[in-house]
Design a protein around this ligand. Structure first.
Ligand code: GAL
Length: 690
């Protein structure tokens, strides 16, 4: 493993974007690492609850999330509460030493709510009014919904806010899914209020949205609406603002519930994010609102290297948490039920998944859900206690993992230090995802994953960072897809290079400002000082078309596809040029020395060896080196005040020796020089890490 001596530092107050919860109040509750999952016992007769708590003890469960979808049972009729069953449940858990993460049930309002407030139903972009019978998410801007949500939340906070079993609040569920945008009347009204605050005047709004184009100019606030489906493409600046507003409206719902809880409870409040899976929530903003960051992650069963996506989600979660430990709120013991082909996890895979999250900063390992449902939409989703019962592989592995997690208590609170940062900005992604971009083949998600994958294979530990955040702790920063780049961000990146950083920027970055308007001076202009190059014209390639790149140092040609730029050199040195294709003879990869650092620009879509060829050269500038471990082994270190913890996960079929010194905590064995990680196995070594 490689290591960089300094970890991320706190941003300078007032200058750059702050990251993570402002008042971290976790850990509370169970000692050591929390283990458990969503517990929905209202599906079962109470006799089953007794069996549940006994089996929980057997599995090492010490924390469960309850009440997340229970509104209709807690408030069977408007204003009429039935909390008796929840009283009994919480007492039972408490008596068995199991702590409670108490849900507010507001992700799914009851049937009576929608009957009384049909206007609160969500309207989709094409005007469809969403019905009841699923998770009944209401429109976030609906005044009736907000009122009802705060009322039930207050009732729960009053009753359980200081209960000794309750160690955490779980507000709502996965804001942004299954609904992220609402095109109803209440949403339109809320959008106008938000726009008035943002722009102050209609003139400012008209200017920001560029409404002189296609005759969209507004003369009355009342005429400004939500960007519903229209005859052709809707103004991208309007759509981008609506994405911002929609995210803001959900955050307002969260804040209202959080504040209702805080009025009666001193326990930390979270809501479960979906770091890489929910495109509509700007988690840099959300993380500031919670007391502790928590995340749900489900493997993409179609991806044979889904564990790289898992590592990426964990690293992104840790990054939005500002490097602080976080809670893995949900993952699955085996298959999910909502993908086209729900592949079961292989023996040992669940433990590899869980302990990878832990290695990358999670202090809690929780699942959806405790006991498999017999009825309803999720009955084929795996659980800690499967339909097959305790005579099952999954149950045995759940108990084994519980015992292992129990041996890792001392890891809690330790922190990961990253070697490099990848820029990640939800606003930029929202903008890039709109219609009529130069090529449908260039996606921010694919680019980011490709870069992450390369760094993962090279054994480098990665943080994600907002382009306006303090980057000074990272010797290497990669911008795989920064289409929207504010002037503040451009200045930040330039200062980063001047101060000695190595910045690698990839094509279709630095194109527009926060209103989706092209930067004055043209493409890449805001980064010209850092990169010494601008883009005169995009030269996207046809489907399947490939171009060759020749390195000026004589290294082997590499091949790329999808995209090329016509570059204008403004001081940068050419590292590779196009041999053929629409940019033949022109610069393809450049490097620019600025101050004490270097700015690299990659004008095409590189994958595989081509991407490695660029990044490995940039590592040299950054003083980094690729690890010599095999490609399918990942190693991360958590640093504590007393000790370091090396977590090594072997996804391959051969055992491997990883340099380490100390005690392997799962087996208790001493390690001298190297630790053997069996095929498919995980080790956690406390001690000196080489
Ligand atoms: C999550 C959700 C859970 C459950 C799970 C199934 O997104 O929060 O309630 O539906 O997916 O994988």
């Amino acid at each position: 493993m490689s290591s960089h001596p300094t970890g991320p530092v706190a941003p300078r107050p007032g200058s750059l974007r702050a990251v993570g919860p402002t008042t971290p109040r976790w850990p509370l509750g169970p000692d050591g690492i929390a283990y458990g999952g969503d517990y929905n016992p209202e599906q079962w007769p109470e006799e089953v609850w007794q069996q549940d708590v006994e089996l929980m003890a057997q599995a090492g469960v010490n924390l469960v999330s309850v009440g997340i979808f229970s509104w209709a049972l807690l408030e069977p009729r408007e204003g009429e509460l039935d909390l008796g069953w929840l009283d009994r449940l919480i007492e039972l858990l408490h008596a068995h030493g199991i702590a409670v993460d108490l849900g507010t049930p507001t992700a799914s309002p009851p049937a009576w709510f929608f009957a009384a407030h049909p206007e609160a139903r969500v309207v989709t972009r094409d005007g469809t009014v969403l019905g009841f019978g699923s998770r009944g998410m209401a429109g976030p801007s609906s005044p009736a919904y907000r009122q009802a949500a705060v009322r039930i939340t207050t009732a729960l906070a009053e009753r359980y806010g200081r209960h000794p079993a309750v160690v955490l609040w779980h507000v709502h569920n996965e804001y942004g899914a299954p609904v992220s945008e609402d095109y109803s009347e209440s949403s339109a009204a809320g959008f106008r209020v938000w726009l008035r605050e943002r722009y102050g005047s209609l003139d400012a709004l008209n200017a920001a949205w560029g409404t002189a184009f296609w005759g969209q100019r507004y003369g009355e606030w009342e005429h400004v609406g939500v960007p519903s489906v229209a005859p052709s493409v809707v103004n991208p600046a309007q759509r981008l603002d609506f994405a911002r507003f929609s995210d803001h409206a959900l955050r307002e719902c969260f804040r209202a519930e959080r504040d209702a809880i805080r009025a009666h409870s001193d326990r930390p409040v979270t809501t479960n994010f979906m770091a890489t899976a929910c495109p509509s929530t700007d988690l840099w903003e959300w993380a500031r609102e919670v007391d502790v960051v928590s995340d749900d992650h489900y493997l993409d069963a179609a991806d044979p290297r889904g564990y790289v996506g898992l590592a990426m989600a964990a690293d992104l979660t840790r990054s939005v948490a500002g490097g602080r430990p976080w809670i893995l709120m949900e993952h699955s013991t085996s298959a999910v039920n909502w993908q086209p082909r729900n592949v079961a996890k292989r023996p040992g895979e669940m433990a590899r998944n869980a302990l990878t999250h832990l290695g990358r900063g999670a202090d809690a390992v929780l699942f959806f859900q405790w006991r498999a449902s017999r009825s309803g939409a999720e009955k084929f989703h795996s659980a800690m206690l499967p339909h097959a019962g305790t005579s099952s592989r999954v149950w045995r592995e759940v108990c084994e993992l519980g015992a292992e997690v129990g041996r890792l208590g001392e890891v809690r609170g330790s922190r990961v230090r990253a070697d490099a940062a990848i820029l990640w900005d939800w606003e930029s992604f929202w903008a890039q995802d709109l219609e009529w971009r130069p090529s449908v083949d260039l996606g921010h998600r694919e680019r980011t994953r490709a870069v992450y994958d390369r760094l993962w294979r090279d054994g480098l530990t990665v943080d994600f960072a907002h382009p306006e955040a303090d980057l000074s702790a990272y010797p290497l920063v990669v911008a795989p897809a920064s289409y929207l780049l504010s002037d503040v961000a451009a200045r930040n990146l330039t200062a980063y290079v001047e101060a000695g950083g190595t910045l690698v920027v990839m094509c279709f970055s630095g194109i527009v400002d926060e209103h989706d308007a092209v930067h004055p001076g043209g493409y890449l202009a805001p980064l010209v000082d850092a990169l010494g190059v601008t883009v005169e014209e995009f030269l996207p390639l046809r489907t399947g078309e490939r171009v060759r790149l020749a390195w000026v140092d004589g290294a082997d040609h590499v091949v790329s596809d999808v995209w090329a730029d016509h570059l204008v050199l403004r001081g940068a040195q050419v590292l590779a040029h196009y041999v053929d294709g629409p940019a033949a003879g022109g610069a393809a990869v450049t490097r620019h020395v600025r101050g004490d650092g270097t700015g690299w620009y990659v004008s095409t879509h590189l994958t595989g060896d081509g991407l490695a060829a660029v990044l490995h050269r940039a590592y040299a500038d950054a003083g980094l080196a690729a690890s010599e471990l095999p490609d399918d082994v990942e190693v991360v270190v958590r640093h504590g005040s007393e000790a370091d913890y090396l977590v090594a996960v072997n996804h391959g079929e051969e055992s491997v020796a990883v340099p380490a010194e100390g005690t392997e905590l799962l087996s208790g064995e001493q390690v001298s020089g190297a630790v053997k990680v069996p095929a498919g196995g995980v080790v956690v070594v406390r001690g000196r890490v080489r």
